[in-house]
Ligand binder design. Structure first.
Ligand code: SAH
Length: 226
Protein backbone atom coordinates (compact mmCIF):
# COMPACT_ATOMS: atom_id res chain seq x y z
CA UNK A 1 0.00 0.00 0.00
CA UNK A 2 1.31 3.46 -0.84
CA UNK A 3 1.10 6.09 1.83
CA UNK A 4 0.14 9.66 1.03
CA UNK A 5 3.07 11.97 1.91
CA UNK A 6 0.59 14.84 2.22
CA UNK A 7 -1.91 13.07 4.49
CA UNK A 8 -1.17 15.33 7.47
CA UNK A 9 -1.39 18.49 5.36
CA UNK A 10 -4.75 17.36 3.96
CA UNK A 11 -6.11 16.72 7.46
CA UNK A 12 -4.85 20.14 8.62
CA UNK A 13 -6.61 21.78 5.68
CA UNK A 14 -9.82 19.91 6.51
CA UNK A 15 -9.61 21.21 10.09
CA UNK A 16 -9.35 24.78 8.74
CA UNK A 17 -12.33 24.15 6.48
CA UNK A 18 -14.25 22.88 9.55
CA UNK A 19 -13.43 26.12 11.37
CA UNK A 20 -14.69 28.20 8.42
CA UNK A 21 -17.92 26.19 8.30
CA UNK A 22 -18.45 26.88 12.00
CA UNK A 23 -17.68 30.60 11.60
CA UNK A 24 -20.14 31.05 8.71
CA UNK A 25 -22.90 28.63 9.77
CA UNK A 26 -25.26 31.44 10.77
CA UNK A 27 -25.20 32.76 7.18
CA UNK A 28 -24.94 29.52 5.22
CA UNK A 29 -27.13 27.25 7.36
CA UNK A 30 -24.40 24.66 6.95
CA UNK A 31 -22.51 23.82 10.17
CA UNK A 32 -20.19 21.15 8.78
CA UNK A 33 -19.20 19.45 5.55
CA UNK A 34 -20.86 16.03 5.36
CA UNK A 35 -18.91 12.79 5.25
CA UNK A 36 -19.16 12.37 1.46
CA UNK A 37 -17.81 15.86 0.80
CA UNK A 38 -15.03 15.38 3.39
CA UNK A 39 -13.98 12.13 1.74
CA UNK A 40 -13.93 13.79 -1.69
CA UNK A 41 -11.79 16.67 -0.40
CA UNK A 42 -9.29 14.23 1.10
CA UNK A 43 -9.21 12.10 -2.04
CA UNK A 44 -8.68 14.75 -4.74
CA UNK A 45 -5.03 15.92 -4.88
CA UNK A 46 -5.37 19.72 -5.17
CA UNK A 47 -1.59 19.97 -5.70
CA UNK A 48 -1.95 18.22 -9.07
CA UNK A 49 -4.29 20.93 -10.40
CA UNK A 50 -2.26 24.04 -9.57
CA UNK A 51 0.73 25.20 -11.67
CA UNK A 52 4.10 23.86 -10.47
CA UNK A 53 5.28 27.05 -8.68
CA UNK A 54 2.24 26.86 -6.38
CA UNK A 55 2.32 23.12 -5.55
CA UNK A 56 3.61 23.63 -2.02
CA UNK A 57 0.78 26.10 -1.34
CA UNK A 58 -1.93 23.70 -2.46
CA UNK A 59 -2.66 22.69 1.15
CA UNK A 60 -3.35 26.28 2.25
CA UNK A 61 -6.95 27.38 2.67
CA UNK A 62 -6.74 30.14 0.07
CA UNK A 63 -7.27 30.73 -3.64
CA UNK A 64 -4.25 30.24 -5.94
CA UNK A 65 -3.41 31.50 -9.46
CA UNK A 66 -3.97 29.01 -12.30
CA UNK A 67 -2.88 31.26 -15.20
CA UNK A 68 -4.86 33.44 -17.63
CA UNK A 69 -5.69 35.78 -14.74
CA UNK A 70 -7.84 33.08 -13.14
CA UNK A 71 -7.77 31.44 -9.73
CA UNK A 72 -8.66 28.12 -8.17
CA UNK A 73 -11.15 28.82 -5.38
CA UNK A 74 -10.34 28.68 -1.67
CA UNK A 75 -10.81 25.08 -0.46
CA UNK A 76 -13.44 26.16 2.09
CA UNK A 77 -15.52 27.73 -0.71
CA UNK A 78 -15.17 24.57 -2.83
CA UNK A 79 -16.33 22.53 0.19
CA UNK A 80 -19.23 24.86 0.99
CA UNK A 81 -20.54 25.07 -2.58
CA UNK A 82 -20.25 21.31 -2.98
CA UNK A 83 -22.10 20.75 0.30
CA UNK A 84 -24.86 23.17 -0.71
CA UNK A 85 -25.37 21.22 -3.96
CA UNK A 86 -26.41 18.18 -1.85
CA UNK A 87 -25.44 15.77 -4.66
CA UNK A 88 -26.60 12.18 -4.82
CA UNK A 89 -24.51 9.58 -6.60
CA UNK A 90 -26.91 9.05 -9.52
CA UNK A 91 -27.15 12.77 -10.36
CA UNK A 92 -25.72 14.90 -13.16
CA UNK A 93 -24.20 18.29 -12.49
CA UNK A 94 -23.27 21.25 -14.70
CA UNK A 95 -20.28 23.40 -13.74
CA UNK A 96 -19.74 26.86 -15.25
CA UNK A 97 -16.01 27.73 -15.17
CA UNK A 98 -13.83 24.58 -15.35
CA UNK A 99 -10.61 26.47 -14.57
CA UNK A 100 -8.00 23.90 -13.58
CA UNK A 101 -10.61 21.16 -13.12
CA UNK A 102 -10.24 20.77 -9.35
CA UNK A 103 -13.84 21.55 -8.45
CA UNK A 104 -14.98 19.26 -11.28
CA UNK A 105 -12.85 16.42 -9.85
CA UNK A 106 -14.44 16.91 -6.42
CA UNK A 107 -17.93 16.88 -7.97
CA UNK A 108 -17.02 13.79 -10.02
CA UNK A 109 -16.61 11.76 -6.82
CA UNK A 110 -20.11 12.68 -5.65
CA UNK A 111 -22.19 12.61 -8.84
CA UNK A 112 -22.64 10.26 -11.79
CA UNK A 113 -21.58 12.81 -14.39
CA UNK A 114 -20.13 16.31 -14.46
CA UNK A 115 -20.51 18.55 -17.51
CA UNK A 116 -18.19 21.56 -17.25
CA UNK A 117 -17.94 24.63 -19.52
CA UNK A 118 -14.86 26.88 -19.71
CA UNK A 119 -14.36 29.95 -21.87
CA UNK A 120 -10.51 29.82 -22.01
CA UNK A 121 -9.53 26.91 -24.32
CA UNK A 122 -6.04 26.54 -22.78
CA UNK A 123 -7.48 26.09 -19.28
CA UNK A 124 -9.97 23.51 -20.53
CA UNK A 125 -7.20 21.59 -22.30
CA UNK A 126 -5.01 21.56 -19.20
CA UNK A 127 -7.93 20.48 -17.02
CA UNK A 128 -8.63 17.65 -19.46
CA UNK A 129 -5.02 16.48 -19.22
CA UNK A 130 -4.99 16.58 -15.41
CA UNK A 131 -8.30 14.75 -15.10
CA UNK A 132 -7.09 12.08 -17.54
CA UNK A 133 -3.83 11.63 -15.58
CA UNK A 134 -5.85 11.09 -12.43
CA UNK A 135 -8.19 8.62 -14.13
CA UNK A 136 -11.31 10.78 -13.74
CA UNK A 137 -13.60 9.68 -16.56
CA UNK A 138 -17.03 11.05 -15.64
CA UNK A 139 -16.27 14.69 -16.43
CA UNK A 140 -17.28 16.01 -19.87
CA UNK A 141 -15.48 19.25 -20.76
CA UNK A 142 -16.65 21.88 -23.24
CA UNK A 143 -15.23 25.20 -24.40
CA UNK A 144 -17.82 27.96 -24.60
CA UNK A 145 -19.52 30.87 -22.91
CA UNK A 146 -21.19 29.57 -19.78
CA UNK A 147 -23.82 32.34 -19.83
CA UNK A 148 -25.76 29.92 -22.02
CA UNK A 149 -25.19 26.96 -19.71
CA UNK A 150 -24.82 23.80 -21.79
CA UNK A 151 -28.26 23.13 -23.30
CA UNK A 152 -27.28 19.86 -25.00
CA UNK A 153 -26.96 18.11 -21.63
CA UNK A 154 -29.97 19.69 -19.90
CA UNK A 155 -31.73 19.24 -17.59
CA UNK A 156 -29.21 18.96 -14.74
CA UNK A 157 -29.89 17.89 -11.16
CA UNK A 158 -27.46 20.54 -9.95
CA UNK A 159 -25.63 23.55 -11.40
CA UNK A 160 -22.59 25.28 -9.91
CA UNK A 161 -20.91 28.46 -11.16
CA UNK A 162 -17.35 29.33 -10.17
CA UNK A 163 -17.30 32.76 -11.85
CA UNK A 164 -19.72 35.54 -10.94
CA UNK A 165 -22.29 37.05 -13.33
CA UNK A 166 -23.83 40.41 -12.42
CA UNK A 167 -27.23 38.72 -12.52
CA UNK A 168 -28.30 35.12 -12.73
CA UNK A 169 -28.36 34.11 -16.44
CA UNK A 170 -31.90 32.81 -17.18
CA UNK A 171 -30.48 29.79 -19.04
CA UNK A 172 -29.13 28.34 -15.80
CA UNK A 173 -32.50 28.09 -14.07
CA UNK A 174 -34.07 26.89 -17.33
CA UNK A 175 -31.58 24.01 -17.48
CA UNK A 176 -32.16 22.97 -13.85
CA UNK A 177 -34.41 19.92 -13.37
CA UNK A 178 -37.37 20.10 -10.98
CA UNK A 179 -35.93 19.32 -7.53
CA UNK A 180 -32.56 20.69 -8.69
CA UNK A 181 -30.14 22.92 -6.81
CA UNK A 182 -28.10 25.80 -8.21
CA UNK A 183 -25.20 27.43 -6.33
CA UNK A 184 -23.60 30.54 -7.81
CA UNK A 185 -21.85 33.75 -6.85
CA UNK A 186 -23.87 36.71 -8.14
CA UNK A 187 -22.84 40.36 -8.25
CA UNK A 188 -20.85 42.96 -10.12
CA UNK A 189 -17.07 42.58 -10.27
CA UNK A 190 -15.50 44.80 -7.65
CA UNK A 191 -18.89 45.26 -5.97
CA UNK A 192 -20.72 43.09 -3.48
CA UNK A 193 -21.11 39.46 -4.49
CA UNK A 194 -23.30 36.91 -2.77
CA UNK A 195 -23.23 33.17 -2.94
CA UNK A 196 -26.79 32.22 -3.77
CA UNK A 197 -28.34 28.78 -3.50
CA UNK A 198 -31.49 28.22 -5.55
CA UNK A 199 -33.87 25.32 -5.28
CA UNK A 200 -36.33 24.47 -8.04
CA UNK A 201 -39.49 22.78 -6.77
CA UNK A 202 -41.54 20.10 -8.49
CA UNK A 203 -43.64 22.76 -10.22
CA UNK A 204 -40.55 24.46 -11.62
CA UNK A 205 -40.60 27.46 -9.29
CA UNK A 206 -37.14 28.55 -8.14
CA UNK A 207 -36.34 30.41 -4.96
CA UNK A 208 -32.99 31.53 -3.54
CA UNK A 209 -32.14 29.98 -0.18
CA UNK A 210 -28.87 31.11 1.33
CA UNK A 211 -26.28 33.77 0.97
CA UNK A 212 -22.70 34.43 1.97
CA UNK A 213 -20.57 37.42 0.96
CA UNK A 214 -17.89 36.15 -1.43
CA UNK A 215 -15.34 37.36 -3.99
CA UNK A 216 -15.11 35.48 -7.31
CA UNK A 217 -13.61 36.27 -10.70
CA UNK A 218 -16.24 37.69 -13.09
CA UNK A 219 -18.12 35.60 -15.62
CA UNK A 220 -16.84 37.11 -18.86
CA UNK A 221 -18.07 36.79 -22.40
CA UNK A 222 -20.56 37.70 -25.10
CA UNK A 223 -24.01 37.57 -23.56
CA UNK A 224 -22.90 40.08 -20.95
CA UNK A 225 -25.57 41.13 -18.51
CA UNK A 226 -25.44 44.72 -17.31
N1 SAH B 1 -13.82 25.68 -10.76
C1 SAH B 1 -12.53 26.22 -11.08
C2 SAH B 1 -12.44 27.67 -10.70
C3 SAH B 1 -11.92 28.48 -11.81
S1 SAH B 1 -12.12 30.24 -11.66
C4 SAH B 1 -11.40 25.40 -10.51
O1 SAH B 1 -11.65 24.48 -9.73
O2 SAH B 1 -10.26 25.67 -10.85
C5 SAH B 1 -13.47 30.55 -12.77
C6 SAH B 1 -13.31 30.08 -14.18
O3 SAH B 1 -14.43 30.57 -14.91
C7 SAH B 1 -12.09 30.59 -14.92
O4 SAH B 1 -11.36 29.50 -15.41
C8 SAH B 1 -12.64 31.44 -16.05
O5 SAH B 1 -11.89 31.38 -17.24
C9 SAH B 1 -14.01 30.82 -16.23
N2 SAH B 1 -14.98 31.69 -16.89
C10 SAH B 1 -15.11 33.04 -16.82
N3 SAH B 1 -16.14 33.47 -17.59
C11 SAH B 1 -16.66 32.36 -18.17
C12 SAH B 1 -17.73 32.14 -19.08
N4 SAH B 1 -18.48 33.15 -19.55
N5 SAH B 1 -17.99 30.88 -19.46
C13 SAH B 1 -17.26 29.83 -19.00
N6 SAH B 1 -16.23 29.97 -18.13
C14 SAH B 1 -15.93 31.22 -17.72
Amino acid sequence: MTTDPHADARQRLLAEIDADFADTAADTGCARAGDAVRAALLAVPRERFVPAPWRDDAFDNRPLPIGHGQTISQPFIVALMTELLALRSHERVLEIGTGCGYQAAVLARLARQVVSVEIVPELSARAAATLAELGVHNVELHVGDGHAGWPAGAPYDAIIATAAPAQLPPAWLEQLAPGGRLVAPIGAHGGAQWLQCWHKDALGRATPRRALAVRFVPLVGGARDT
